[in-house]
Design a protein around this ligand. Structure first.
Ligand SMILES: Cc1cc2nc3c(=O)[nH]c(=O)nc-3n(C[C@H](O)[C@H](O)[C@H](O)COP(=O)(O)OP(=O)(O)OC[C@H]3O[C@@H](n4cnc5c(N)ncnc54)[C@H](O)[C@@H]3O)c2cc1C
Length: 320
């Protein structure tokens, strides 16, 4: 299993900027590392501004790729800040509709107040989903965070899915959790729109497989079962792992799964050539494209997943 860690964005910014008062050399050193980290983040993040992610989406659409846009942020503990997040998603959805972009949006429930109250989070989600539906059913996917949120995320997902169109709202299941096969069986029976990923958080062995081989095995088994489920069950096969992609293709052929039942998904900046190859083979491919100022925890998760990325990051920090 890869090592994962989860620093908090605001803590990091606070540490970096308050360093300005500690003395100029330290402040300068920290600031230059901050700007270098930001440069590295550009490989995985479209930019800090909405206009930048819209440009990237337009370009990916023109290349035959679908997009899911994510406004970066998590663990928001102040109600007014959650309203600012809703306002950003409103502006984003309007921009997607105005340009008729082939894009869904992804979001995190702790960005929308889940740590404050489930009720606030639901109200914020309804504001976003009502607009998404009125703009022509723009799909909204609720990302899955660490296991302390799994139960609440699935509860909120089911509530909203039953209030809105099934195709309008989806969520994510992580194959590293022991519970995921049972969750997916239930979700398949309910006709849910699910993104399956391996999982990106550091989890204890009480809830998640410690061995990567078990995470992979459960991924393959879930894909195979879910693809055999009837419509409207829809599977987003979210992975960069060639072995998972090959296994999914085998299941697709074995069950004669029509294209309307699934798509492949990858993250912006990771295996872009493979994204194009899969699209050229005739598969629907969606690229998850994040943007916003809170890019630090996202960058750290991507670096933790792959030592080669960490080396790339370290070289950028220490060479000029
Ligand atoms: C569209 C999408 C949405 C996601 N949403 C969520 C979510 O809501 N919740 C959640 O917990 N996780 C999410 N993830 C992250 C996911 O859980 C994994 O952490 C991540 O995708 C790496 O797993 P992998 O399947 O690519 O396989 P791995 O076993 O990690 O990697 C297999 C191979 O893929 C390539 N690769 C993987 N990661 C990288 C990288 N960072 N840089 C370069 N190459 C790489 C390498 O060749 C590697 O050997 C999402 C992933 C995708 C693609």
């Amino acid at each position: 299993m890869h090592i994962r860690w989860l620093p908090r964005a605001r803590g990091v910014y606070a540490a970096q900027f308050s360093a300005l008062s500690f003395g100029r050399p330290l402040a300068r050193a920290l600031m230059s590392r901050f700007f270098l980290a930001r440069r590295v983040a550009r490989r995985f993040v479209a930019g800090e501004k909405r206009a930048e992610v819209i440009d990237v989406t337009r370009k990916l659409n023109a290349e035959g790729l679908l997009v899911s846009v994510d406004y970066l942020g998590e663990s928001v503990l102040n109600e007014a800040e959650t309203k600012a997040v809703v306002a950003e998603y409103v502006a984003l959805l309007n921009a997607v509709a105005a340009d008729a972009l082939k894009a869904s949006v992804s979001l995190k429930l702790t960005q929308l107040g889940l740590d404050i109250s489930e009720d606030l989070c639901l109200r914020n989600m309804r504001d976003i989903l009502s607009l998404a539906q009125s703009l022509g059913n723009i799909p909204v996917t609720i990302d899955m965070e660490s296991s302390e949120y799994t139960e609440r995320t699935l509860r909120i997902y089911r509530t909203l899915r039953d209030e809105y169109a099934f195709t309008n709202v989806g969520t994510v299941i992580q194959s590293y959790l022991y519970r995921s096969k049972d969750d997916m069986r239930a979700l398949a029976g309910e006709g849910s729109h699910i993104r399956l990923c391996k999982g990106a958080y550091l989890e204890p062995p009480t809830v998640a497989f410690p061995e990567k081989s078990d995470v992979d095995e459960q991924y393959r088994e879930i894909v195979d079962e879910y693809l055999a489920a009837p419509l409207p069950a829809y599977l987003c096969i979210a992975t960069h792992d060639e072995k998972m992609i090959a296994a999914a293709k085998t299941s697709i052929t074995a069950h004669s799964v029509p294209p309307a039942r699934f798509e492949f998904q990858m993250l912006y900046g990771i295996r872009p050539q493979r994204q194009h190859e899969l699209a050229a083979e005739g598969f629907q491919v969606r690229v998850y494209v994040p943007y916003g100022e809170a890019w630090y925890p996202y960058l750290m998760r991507r670096l933790a997943e792959r030592p080669a990325n960490l080396w790339f990051f370290a070289k950028s920090l220490f060479s000029r």
